[in-house]
Design a protein around this ligand. Structure first.
Ligand SMILES: [Mg+2]
Length: 254
């Protein structure tokens, strides 16, 4: 049904790693550290409605600064339901604001890591079902990571999850590789001398999967990641394959 998969390129957050708690913690600390308005209290962080609102907004963004956009929408109580409304708010904040939040986010994360690595690592969980599949299928194909996260965090977390050995270090493409998954996949194709058509790409974000479709890679949406039904329905109606933890092994390897 498909040609041989030479390379399996995996997004990190939302595919391998569940980092909801860490992202909320770091984003709020970055926000408060920048003195942005309104300040976000601990009580607000703990409220379930806060987490739910972010779950709804996070799929509309791509990068660290998008967590700031989400907090801005939350704090100002803006009515954002879809991508267009989200993009409008994001644009309104301006490049300088986004840039500052981006830097503050990574600086905050670095501080958290350095202050207490075990505590920081414990804010993350692997998607066990998927990690088991990778372990079982190691050697059948080349695994790579294409992520907007910083490489140092990714490497620490792969170690924490006990799967560092599954990924060659040079095939961990991080936020420094480029701003889009398209760039990541082109770089990966060049590094491995593998045509894009022999790469399968798994990402939980529909907008990432959409953006690489024209490259000719086989793209699969990870339905277990940071999606709401809104994204999954949209992905299906656009004709993309949406995998679950139950059927992803068959979809990728059979
Ligand atoms: Mg993701």
């Amino acid at each position: 049904m498909m040609q041989a998969m030479k390379v399996l390129a995996l997004d990190f957050d939302g595919v391998i790693c569940q980092s909801r708690a860490e992202v909320l913690r770091v984003a709020v600390d970055a926000w408060n550290g920048l003195g942005l308005d309104p300040g976000i209290s601990e009580a607000m962080v703990m409220e379930e409605t806060t987490a739910e609102t972010l779950d709804r907004l996070v799929p509309l963004g791509n990068r660290a600064e998008d967590f700031g956009v989400a907090l801005h929408i939350l704090g100002a109580g803006l009515p954002v339901e879809d991508q267009d409304q989200y993009d409008e708010v994001r644009e309104g904040l301006g490049q300088a604001w986004l840039h500052d939040f981006h830097n503050a986010f990574y600086e905050t994360r670095r501080c958290r890591r350095e202050e207490g690595l075990p505590g920081w690592l414990a804010l993350h969980q692997p998607y066990d079902g998927f990690v088991d599949i990778l372990r079982r299928r190691a050697g059948e194909t080349t695994f790579a990571i294409t992520t907007a996260k910083d490489g140092e965090s990714v490497r620490l977390l792969l170690g924490f999850f006990g799967i560092s050995d599954l990924f060659a270090d040079r095939l961990i493409l991080d936020k420094e590789t480029g701003i889009s998954k398209k760039i990541h996949l082109r770089v990966l194709s060049e590094k491995l001398k593998a045509p894009l058509s022999e790469i399968t790409f798994v990402d939980d974000k529909l907008n990432h999967v959409e953006s690489v479709a024209e490259l000719g890679v086989r793209a699969v949406v990870a339905g277990w990641g940071y999606n709401t039904d809104r994204e999954l329905e949209k992905a299906k109606s656009a004709g993309f394959v949406v995998a679950s933890l139950e059927d992803v092994e068959d979809l990728l390897f059979s």
